[in-house]
Design a protein around this ligand. Structure first.
Ligand code: FAD
Length: 476
C-alpha cells in the first residue's frame, strides 16, 4: 500500500483492497522534485510530520510498520515492490498533472515487472471526470455543478480498517530523517495549540462539529469572531485523515434521523463540494497555480509593490481585519474563510499585486494548503478564475470587519495593540479622535501602522485597472 494524501486506515479504498488481496506492507515516499509533484510548503510539512507519526503508530498497532523513503517515487515504488516481492501495489489516485504523470510511470514500471497496480478514489466524493455537463464537458460554474452532484451522488458503504498489517525487513528512514518540522526559526510553536493531526483527531473534530456548531453553520460560517463557526476539517481533508465520503455519510445519516436540520447541514456539504469543484478545475487546467484560467488576465498590469507585499504578509497593512487574518495565518497555519477572501481581495485589488504571489504565501503558510483549493480560490478572488467573483467586487476591509467581526473579538485577539479601542473605531482606527486613541494606548505609525493605502484610492485604482483589462478583452 502506497500512502499519499490518504493518511488513514478506515474508509480507505486502496488499503481495503490491498488487505483483501493478501498481507500488506505500508509505504510512504516523500517527494521533493518539483517535476514530480508541487513541493509542500512549510506549514503543510509541519502537519505531515505529525500525521505520519500518528499513521505509523496506527500501523504498528496492527502489527505492521510504515516504510519511509525519500526521493523519486517513480523509481522507489517499483524498486520496493521488487525488493519485497509484492504481487501488486495499491494506491488512491491524485489529480494534479505532475502527480498523474508520476503515477502513470509507476503503473507502467509495475506492469513491466508483472505486478498489478491498482488505484482507487480515496479523496473525493466524485472524481473530476465524473460529473459532466449535458454536452459532456466539465462544469465551470459552481451552482449547476453542485446541483448535478447532488442529484446523482450516492455514498458507497463504509470500509473498515484492516485487522492486520505486515511487518517487513525493508529498510526505512525515520520520520525525523525527513526534517519536516520547521527549525531556525521554528515559527510553528503555536500550531500544536490549534491542531491535532491524525485520523483519530479528524474523526473527533467531525463528531464535535456535528454535535453542535453545524446547526448554526448557515449563519455562523461567516463569523471569524465566533469559536467553531466552521468545522476546521480542512487540513484533515487535505491529508486524507478523513475522507469526504465519511463526512457525507455522517451528515446525511444525522439529517435522516432528524438529529440535525437539513438546511445548515446541506450548506456545509455544499462547501465540501467547493473542494470537489476545485479538483475539477485542477484536473482540467494544467498549472492552475501558475496560469490565469481566464487568459485575458495575462495582460493585467500588476504592480511589484514589494514593501506593500511585506506589510500584507506580516499583518501590518493598517487595516485591522486584513492584519488579524494574516497574523492568524502565521501563528496557527490557518485562516477563516471569510478573512481569506478579504485578505486575498486586499492584495489583488487594493494593492494590485499578482494573485500568484499571494497564492505562494498561502501555500507556504497554510496547514491545509491544497493544490486545487488554494489556486482555484485565489483565481476566484482575483477575478481570473472559473466562476470568478465579478471584477468590480472589491471587498471593503472596513465594512467587512464591521459586519463579520461584529463583536470585534477577532481583531482584538490577533491585533492586541488595538484591543482597547471602542468597537466604533476598531475596524478603522485612523478615524478615531486623538483622545480616543490616547485612551486606548494606540499611536498610529508607532504602535500600529497607518493604512498602506487609502481605501477609496485603492478601490479606484483597482477598478481602473480591471476596467482597462475588460476594455482590452471586449476589443479582442
Ligand atoms: P468549513 O466551512 O467547515 O468547510 C468544510 C470543508 O469544505 C473545508 O474543510 C474544505 O475542505 C471545504 N471548503 C470549504 N470552503 C471551501 C472553498 N471555498 N473552496 C474549497 N473548499 C472549501 N481551502 C483549503 O482546503 N486549502 C486551501 O489551500 C485553501 N486556500 C484558500 C485560499 C483563498 C484565497 C480562499 C478565499 C479560500 C481558500 N480555501 C482553501 C477555502 C476555504 O477558505 C477553506 O477550505 C476553509 O476556510 C477551511 O475551513 P473549515 O475546514 O473550517 O471549512
Amino acid at each position: 500500500m502506497w500512502f499519499r494524501n490518504d493518511l488513514r486506515l478506515a474508509d480507505n479504498p486502496a488499503l481495503h483492497a490491498a488487505a483483501q488481496a493478501g498481507p500488506v506492507i505500508c509505504v510512504y515516499v516523500f517527494e521533493e522534485d518539483p517535476a514530480a509533484a508541487r513541493p509542500l510548503g512549510g506549514a503543510a510539512k509541519w502537519w505531515l510530520d505529525k500525521s505520519l507519526a500518528r499513521l505509523s503508530e496506527q500501523i504498528a498497532s496492527k502489527g505492521g510498520g510504515l516504510i519511509i523513503r525519500r526521493g523519486a517515487a517513480r523509481a522507489i515504488v517499483p524498486d520496493l515492490a521488487a525488493e519485497c516481492g509484492a504481487s501488486g501495489v495499491y494506491w488512491n489516485r491524485r489529480y494534479e498533472a505532475r502527480e498523474r504523470d508520476t503515477d502513470a510511470h509507476v503503473k507502467s514500471a509495475l506492469k513491466a515487472q508483472d505486478r498489478t497496480a491498482e488505484s482507487f478514489n480515496g479523496s473525493l466524493l466524485t472524481e473530476p471526470w465524473t460529473v459532466k455537463t449535458k454536452s459532456g464537458g466539465h462544469y465551470r460554474v459552481f451552482t449547476p455543478y453542485w446541483k448535478a452532484l447532488l442529484s446523482d451522488y450516492v455514498a458507497p458503504p463504509p470500509l473498515g480498517a484492516p485487522e492486520k498489517l505486515s511487518a517487513s525487513d525493508l529498510s526505512s528512514l525515520s520520520i525525523d530523517d525527513l526534517s519536516l518540522h520547521p527549525t531556525s526559526p521554528d515559527w510553528s510553536v503555536e500550531f500544536s495549540d490549534a491542531w491535532t493531526p491524525g485520523e483519530a483527531a479528524a474523526l473527533d473534530r467531525l463528531e464535535a462539529f456535528l454535535d453542535g456548531p453545524v446547526s448554526n453553520y448557515g449563519t455562523d460560517r461567516n463569523r471569524p469572531d465566533l469559536d467553531q463557526s466552521s468545522s476546521g476539517l480542512s487540513p484533515h481533508l487535505r491529508f486524507g485523515e478523513v475522507s469526504p465520503v465519511t463526512i457525507w455519510r455522517a451528515v446525511r445519516s444525522r439529517i435522516d434521523t432528524g438529529e440535525i436540520g437539513a438546511k445548515d447541514a446541506m450548506k456545509f456539504l455544499s462547501e465540501v463540494a467547493w473542494r470537489e469543484f476545485s479538483y475539477v478545475l485542477l484536473f482540467n487546467e494544467e498549472d492552475l497555480e501558475k496560469v490565469n484560467y481566464n487568459r485575458t488576465f495575462d495582460e493585467m498590469a500588476w504592480r511589484r509593490g514589494d514593501d506593500e507585499f511585506r506589510a500584507w504578509s506580516t499583518g501590518m497593512t493598517g487595516y485591522p481585519m486584513v492584519d488579524a487574518g494574516m497574523r492568524q495565518l502565521w501563528r496557527t497555519g490557518w485562516m477563516h474563510n471569510r478573512v481569506r477572501m478579504i485578505t486575498a481581495s486586499f492584495l489583488t485589488k487594493h494593492l494590485l499585486i499578482d494573485w500568484r504571489r499571494g497564492e505562494k504565501w498561502f501555500w507556504d503558510t497554510l496547514v491545509d494548503a491544497d493544490p486545487a483549493s488554494n489556486p482555484a480560490s485565489w483565481q476566484w478572488t482575483a477575478g481570473s478564475g472559473a466562476d470568478a467573483a465579478p471584477y468590480f467586487r472589491v471587498f471593503n476591509p472596513i465594512t467587512q470587519g464591521q459586519k463579520f467581526d461584529e463583536t470585534g473579538a477577532y481583531v482584538r485577539h490577533w491585533c492586541p495593540e488595538l484591543a482597547k479601542l471602542p468597537l466604533e473605531y476598531l475596524h478603522a482606527p485612523w478615524e478615531a479622535p486623538e483622545d480616543v486613541l490616547d485612551a486606548a494606548g494606540v499611536r498610529l505609525g508607532e504602535t500600529y501602522p497607518r493604512p498602506v493605502i487609502d481605501h477609496a484610492d485603492g478601490r479606484a485604482r483597482a477598478l481602473a485597472a480591471y476596467e482597462a483589462l475588460k476594455t482590452k478583452q471586449d476589443a479582442a
